[in-house]
Design a protein around this ligand. Structure first.
Ligand code: C5P
Length: 246
């Protein structure tokens, strides 16, 4: 799979390769466990997410390894710092060959990451409001906005600043599709195939419903990585996405 199958940032996203729409979260304790999982998933998965757990357990070199093997990697480190630090960090991540990087949706942070990623293959995704926050959590943190208002305001800022996409809960997808330009992608965790364990996710959707609601990419972790047959679950999800797109 070539990087060129990621839609250029000025066009709608209908040409994303089917299999790339499933991003498997490698929330695993070490590189050996991740490599075993990648081996078991084989050709069924083309896009992986590396987050805090694996990145801080020596997982960053996996980005280059996966990229060299023709896979794409989403680095979910949710950067937020002074602009210069975000910019330099973004440049380092781009050199590893990652495809997506998350930053918190603060204007200075988004601008620094967008500017620093220019000309590289790295796309910047903004996290508007963490899905574990409700209105009272925002108030406690000193915000006057409700969650939907702050999500919408930050999504608009992300668009103005040239961010490539938004990470959002399945429930926010429809509203965000009405706010942001078609060139921006929506990346959605909290997806559960019908009949699987919810884990600690509360606001979930099936893959088909999430795609129908306007998500471009689905992030799925434990329903795949904890399955007896991870590859079979990945194939079911890809088939579900295909049905929803048709
Ligand atoms: O195992 P599960 O499918 O719940 O994994 C979902 C992945 O998406 C995890 O890596 C989690 O950190 C991430 N995520 C999320 N909710 C968000 C943002 C990211 O579940 N709002």
């Amino acid at each position: 799979m070539q990087l060129s199958s990621i839609a250029p940032s000025d066009t709608p996203l209908s040409n994303i390769a089917l299999r790339d729409r499933l991003i498997v979260a490698l929330d695993l304790p070490d590189v050996a466990a991740a490599e075993t999982m990648i081996g078991r998933l084989g050709d069924s998965v083309t896009f992986y997410k590396i987050g805090y757990q694996l990145a801080y357990a020596g997982g960053l070199p996996l980005i280059r390894q996966l990229a060299d093997a023709g896979k794409k990697v989403f680095i979910d480190l949710k950067l937020h710092d002074i602009g210069n630090t975000v910019a330099r960090g973004t440049e380092s991540i781009a050199k590893h060959g990652a495809t997506f990087l998350t930053v918190h949706a603060y204007p200075q942070t988004m601008k620094a990451a967008v500017d620093a990623s220019a000309g590289s293959g790295l796309k910047i995704l903004a996290v508007t409001v963490l899905t574990s926050y409700d209105d009272s959590d925002l108030q406690e943190a000193g915000y006057r906005h409700s969650v939907p208002d702050l999500v919408a305001a930050r999504a608009r800022q992300a668009q103005e600043l040239g961010v490539d996409g938004i990470v959002c809960s399945p429930e926010e997808t429809t509203a965000l599709r009405g706010i942001i330009a078609p060139r921006m992608c929506l990346v959605t965790p909290g997806v559960r195939p019908a009949g699987t364990n919810l884990g600690d996710q509360k606001r979930i959707m099936t893959p088909a419903r999430a795609i129908a609601a306007g998500s471009d990419y689905l992030v799925v972790g434990r329903p795949i990585t904890e399955a007896a047959d991870p590859k079979a679950v990945a194939e079911v999800i890809v088939a579900d996405i295909k049905t929803a797109l048709a």
